[in-house]
Every structure is written in C-alpha cells, then in structure tokens.
Design a protein around this ligand. Sequence first.
Ligand SMILES: Cc1cc2nc3c(=O)[nH]c(=O)nc-3n(C[C@H](O)[C@H](O)[C@H](O)COP(=O)(O)OP(=O)(O)OC[C@H]3O[C@@H](n4cnc5c(N)ncnc54)[C@H](O)[C@@H]3O)c2cc1C
Ligand code: FES
Ligand code: FES
Length: 478
Amino acid sequence: MTGPIAFSLNGRPTTLPLDTSPSMSLLDWLRGPARLTGTKEGCAEGDCGACTVVQEEADGGRTPLNACLTLLGQVQGRAIRTVEGLRGPDGGPHPVQTTLAEADGTQCGFCTPGIVMALWAQAREGGDPHEALAGNLCRCTGYRPILDAASHLTDDAVLPPEPPPAERVIVTPTQKFFLPTTVGEALSLHAAHPGAWILAGGTDLNLRVSEHRERPPVIISLRDVEAMHAFESTPEALTIGAALPYHRLLRHLRAEPGFGPFAELLSRLGSRQIRGSGTLGGNLGTASPIGDTLPVLLALNARLTIAAGATDSRSLPIDDFFLGYRQTALIGQELITTITLPRPQPGQFFAAQKLSKRYDQDIATVALASLITVEAGTVTAARLALGGVAATPIRAKEAEEALIGAAWSGESIERAATILSARIAPLSDWRATADYRRLAAGNLLRRAFLTATRPDLALEVMALPAPHAPRFITEAPA
Ligand SMILES: Cc1cc2nc3c(=O)[nH]c(=O)nc-3n(C[C@H](O)[C@H](O)[C@H](O)COP(=O)(O)OP(=O)(O)OC[C@H]3O[C@@H](n4cnc5c(N)ncnc54)[C@H](O)[C@@H]3O)c2cc1C
Ligand code: FES
Ligand code: FES
C-alpha cells in the first residue's frame, strides 16, 4: 500500500530513496539529486516555460508540464521526459532539435531546453504553434525563427514507456502523499487529516511550495479519483469532473455544439503547460475574482455537485458559491466532484470574453460572459457575469434587468452597457484603473452584441490566419 516515489524518467524506471519529500518540486529534484540540469529554472511560478518537461501519456499523448509547479508525488506512476531524454535515431540531436537549430531558433541556454520540450510535445499534439509556445517566454524576442521551426516539425512516433508499478501512498518520516481513487476514499482521508492540502493540478496551490517553500505534512491528490475526471454530454448539458485537466476538457469542448466560446476562452487560460495540470475544480477552489472560467459558469447557470461523504452530496447553484474574496460555500472537508453546465440552446446567444494585456498566458483585466435569450426579437432572459471588477466574480443584475423585456437591439444594449459600467465598483491596480475597467466592462457587452448581430465584423478579425491574428487585444492605460 505504501511505497517510494516511482516513475519513468527518460524511458527508465526510477525509484527514489524512501525519505525523498513528495512535495519537492520535480524541478528541484531534477536539478539537484538527479543532476539533470538541462531543465532550467527561470521564474519558478509557471510563467516562463524554462522548466518545461513532458508527461508521456499511456494513450501516446504528450502533455507539457512546468516542472517548477509539479510535485514529485504528482508524477508517481507516470512517465516523464526531460531534454536529456531526447535523442535522434543515430544517437545525435533529436530531429526537433535539428529543426530548431536549422531555423536559427536556438538562442539562449535558459529558454531553449524548455522550448525544445514544448516543440517535442507539439510535434505529436499538433494545433496552433502560437498556442503551443505561449508558455515559453523569450526575452530576447527571437520568436520568429522558433515559430518557423514549430511549423516544420515531424513526429518521431516514439511510444510512451511503461511506468514502473507505483503505490498510492507515499510516506516519509514527516510527510504523507495520498493518491485515492474514489471520492469516498478522498473524503475519508480528508476527514482523517483536516489540515491536508487538497491537490488537483497544483497550478495555484504549488506556488506555496515553489515560492514560499512550504512543506505540507499531508497532501491528498485528486489525480486518480475517477469520478472527478468524468465528461458526460447530453443535448441539455455537460457534466464535467472537477479534476479533469483543462487540456482534456478543451479537447471535449471543441466538439460540443454551443460551447465554442468557452473552448476559445479555455485555449487562452495560462499556457499548454498550465492547462496540462489545471482544473475547473481548482479554479473554483481558488475562487479568484479573475478566475477565467468563473464568469462562464455564472452565465451558464452551472450547478456544482459537492460531496461531504461517500453517499452524502448536495447540488449547489453557482450563484450561491462565492461568498467573499476567495471565500466559497464549501463547508468543512467538502469537495466539488462535478460541474454541470446547461447547453446554450438555439435562440440563446452565448459569449465569453477576456480582456488582458497579452493575448496568451495572462490573467484577465476584465472578463464578461453573457447568455442572452431572444424570442421573437425580444430579450426574455439574460445572465451577464463579470470577472475582475469586484471581490468575487459577480452577476450584473441591474444590466440584466434592463435587457429583459427589451428589444434585442443596439439601443437596448447601449442602455444595459451604460448601467453595467455605472453599477460596478472595480479597484485600480497595476493592471488597469477603475475607470478603465468600468469602461471596458460595458464595451465587452457592446462587443458581444456586435459579434452576435454583425458576424461579418467579427469574421473580419477571426478569419485571419493564425499567425496574423491579433495577439494583443487591448492595452490598459498604465
Ligand atoms: C503561470 C500561471 C498562469 C495562470 N493563468 C491563468 C489564467 O489565465 N486564468 C485563470 O483563471 N487562472 C490562471 N492560473 C491559475 C490556475 O491555473 C487556475 O486557477 C487553475 O484552474 C487551478 O486549478 P488546479 O487544478 O491547478 O488547482 P490547485 O492548485 O490544485 O487547487 C487550487 C485550490 O482549489 C482547491 N481545490 C482543487 N480541486 C478541488 C475540488 N475538487 N474541490 C474542492 N477544492 C478543490 C485546492 O485545495 C486549492 O485550494 C494561472 C496559474 C499560473 C501558475
Ligand atoms: S521556472 Fe518558469 S515556468 Fe517553471
Ligand atoms: S531564447 Fe532565452 S531570452 Fe530569448
């Protein structure tokens, strides 16, 4: 039942000494005891990508991860590859490395190993090269040759290695790391260890390790709790496991009618590395006023299933979840197990917009998600939800009331947008002034209307090929 940390590293089964801390970051372990210093430390907070390694999934997928935000306990029983584990068929540089070098994309030694690993994942996963590289910063501004390399990659067809058998409880003299498989087990462990860290992807929580060097005595990981990885689709709704990583959720969402705007928004949450680990449950658990998914959940009138015991659960409307700044309605050891999202129906207009200083890998200055029901030219229902303008994500109820019963017209939207801007009281901070946020929030509603009613205008922007699409949306005044 209990055992050491064991995983596959660069294709080789690796078992760590019994006293290795499961909350040590993978980055610290690689660069320290493992002496694998190809993986670099830049920011230690998930922003720069210098520490990118790849998790080789059993289904052949490749998930880039930030080693600085990944704990050793989280790679238990998994297969990890670092830049030292890439080889060409002749034992020389891997084709991804050769392609990068031939495109003049090899620049400084800090960023290049992480870029190589992001590209190695991209060669298998495909998709927009900008999106693949959004989590790898280069301060010498040499992106063009790197992007050139990214569009000439070929997959090496290497199969994932079989990870060694690994136990579900890691115990050292001072720490315990649990990997339960059922909600009941996770809840019992939580009841037995009330102060334990509940760890989903760790992209929020593990900053306490990487930045503040905290060493939690007990961690309960939700990684293997099957019910929390569900994805069920019906014509009426989606039910999403709270611990399903965003990159898997995004794959599902892209194929779901009605949820396109949510998929587009998710493709801008953090970076591929962050989406490789982060989850909806974690966004809800952190309850930040600028959590990207939270206005969407509010606009779509989500319901959360919250478990308190193996057979004891309740269903909570999202409207009742946020109680105050980073305070939620979770009681005691409760866990969110699933999130149910009603599907936008014909006649409903759904938009999810995030305004940030940079297009990728940035958090919102202001966000607006809207679900507006129009019948015979009249608005019959409206849910407008804002992020970044109050201590919690909020509904703009007075603007909603102004819309309901009004004609679906530019004049009605103008009136609602003016009310929306006037009724919010955002803060000024380094991201934007309060005035900017007020104005921008109203403008997001105006833009949502334009997108719905003048798709020709929206298409002018959206139809541009990806490399030319605007990467910076709007600059907030300094
Ligand atoms: C570089 C970087 C970029 C980021 N960019 C964005 C961004 O663009 N937009 C954005 O919204 N966020 C962003 N984030 C924040 C973070 O990625 C998200 O909030 C993410 O959703 C957190 O999910 P997680 O699974 O990693 O949470 P964790 O860190 O594992 O957990 C966060 C909190 O939620 C609790 N929790 C987790 N699951 C549950 C559950 N099922 N039930 C009850 N409590 C639970 C945990 O106990 C913890 O308190 C970024 C973070 C980093 C480091
Ligand atoms: S060190 Fe910068 S993302 Fe990990
Ligand atoms: S490659 Fe490191 S700063 Fe540009």
